[in-house]
Design a protein around this ligand. Structure first.
Ligand SMILES: Nc1nc2c(ncn2[C@@H]2O[C@H](COP(=O)(O)OP(=O)(O)OP(=O)(O)O)[C@@H](O)[C@H]2O)c(=O)[nH]1
Ligand SMILES: [Mg+2]
Length: 399
């Protein structure tokens, strides 16, 4: 399962965002360092299912289908807050970042209302520039990655100069725990143009630049501009966009309220919807009704939704450019060997072939791969066929 890491300075709404995504009950409070240990849960990427198009009633196994919306599970981790010099142990430090090494994407939550200082202390709205919230977090993560290299740099750099090891290979090995490949390091190093003949001369400045490039290349980031239900958020969101970030206006609190109300059967709402319907007014007290109306006015009408689902979809479909495909065993009945209709959906990187998909499902299926059939057309697909979003693929393998 893919993993998304939720990071940000203290007290911006990371845990609220996490809880809105997963419905895991967690501690939420208006002071810094409420969260002291990472919280882990499962959320879903939302895509249009193909059951309606194919005219079948499906019974998904690795995902869910609700009214033609396919929900693909994604693991999420909510981290404690990050403050300046966290990489050197300030606040709760960055120890917990070890847990998001394997994250395929990062969500940086910030307080778009500008109502929290850099250490998370609550202040009047518009007091603080949310661009700072994001910059600090990026920089601390960069310093953390640089630190992973720096510890061993005297040995690595000397051995590289003595031709006892290959520099790029060794950097990739050191960062392999971050999901960084040698190919990634080649791309990054080609761009940086450092003097690779003299790595003993590189200091923290070079290693931080390297770390910054590695992070950008391997951990795409979406900025969740939280507290967008406040009047002051508009200014903050504008500032963030001007600074060049990929920003989604978010109200984690609104999403959490809507999801809980939907869970209790009070409203009809699925994450990502641009509105909701009250199902039974008699079960809601006037305060709850007012609260829902506020969400409609301040969030749904203003931003077209709470933005929470949009952050996850943006990270996986737009930033990572993952493609959802539906593998089936029987291309006519669209079933697996147990007769489940459209059982699974897999996320594969753009440019993947049916053989790549086979490997993703199971190493044996990849090894024994013979050919694949497009279940829509019944046509056999060539070796170099590039999978398209929502393809239905039947893989034939040697027994
Ligand atoms: N107005 C508004 N307030 C929010 C929203 N989301 C969270 N908050 C408030 O922000 C405060 C902090 O929320 P948390 O979710 O605990 O924040 P955090 O980033 O996890 O905080 P730490 O764990 O301390 O780093 C709480 O008072 C929340 O109620 C939102 O969408 N809108
Ligand atoms: Mg928290």
């Amino acid at each position: 399962m893919e993993l998304a890491g939720i990071v940000g300075k203290p007290n911006v709404g990371k845990s609220t965002f996490f809880s809105a995504l997963t419905l895991v009950p967690v501690e939420i409070a208006n002071y810094p360092f409420t969260t002291t240990k990472p919280n882990v849960g499962v959320t879903y990427l939302r895509i249009e299912c193909i059951c309606k198009e194919m005219g079948v009633v499906d019974n998904p196994r690795n995902s869910k289908c609700i009214d033609g919306v396919r929900l693909v599970p994604i693991q999420v981790i909510d981290c404690p807050g990050i403050i300046p010099d966290a990489h050197a142990g300030k606040g709760l430090g960055l120890q917990f970042l070890d847990e998001i090494r394997q994250a395929s994407a990062l969500v940086v939550v910030c307080d778009a209302s500008g109502g929290t200082l850099i250490d998370g202390t609550p202040v009047d709205p518009s007091t603080h520039d949310p661009v700072e919230d994001v910059k600090i977090v990026e920089h601390e993560i960069d310093l953390w990655i640089a630190g992973l290299l720096n510890r061993d740099w005297p040995r690595i750099s000397r051995a590289a100069e003595a031709r006892q090891l290959k520099l790029r290979e060794e950097i990739a090995r050191k960062l392999s725990g971050l999901g960084v490949s040698e190919k990634d390091i080649h791309a990054v190093m080609d761009n940086l143009g450092f003097d690779e003949a003299k790595p003993t001369k590189w200091g923290m400045e070079e290693l931080t630049k390297l770390a910054n490039a590695v992070r950008k290349a391997t951990k795409p980031m979406v900025v969740a501009a939280n507290k967008s239900d406040t009047d002051e958020a508009e200014k903050g969101i504008r500032r963030l966009r001007e600074a060049g970030y990929d920003v989604v206006p978010v109200s984690a609190e609104a999403e959490r309220s809507l999801r809980l109300a939907a869970e209790h059967g009070l409203i009809k709402y699925t994450s990502g919807d641009s509105d909701f319907t009250v199902l039974d007014e008699s079960r809601l007290n006037p305060k709850q009704l007012r609260g829902l109306e506020m969400i409609r006015e301040k969030v749904m009408k203003r931003w077209g939704g709470t933005g929470v689902q949009q952050v996850i979809n943006k990270a996986y479909l737009e930033k990572l450019r993952y493609i959802p495909v539906f593998p089936v065993e029987d291309p006519d009945k669209l079933t697996d060997h147990e007769g489940n209709v459209l059982p699974d959906v897999y996320l594969v990187p753009e440019g993947s072939t049916p053989r790549d998909l086979a490997y993703k499902i199971h190493t044996d299926l990849g090894r024994n791969y013979l050919y694949a059939v497009d279940a829509r057309t019944g046509m056999r697909l060539g070796e170099d066929y590039k999978l398209k979003p929502r393809d239905v693929i039947s893989i034939k393998a040697a027994k």
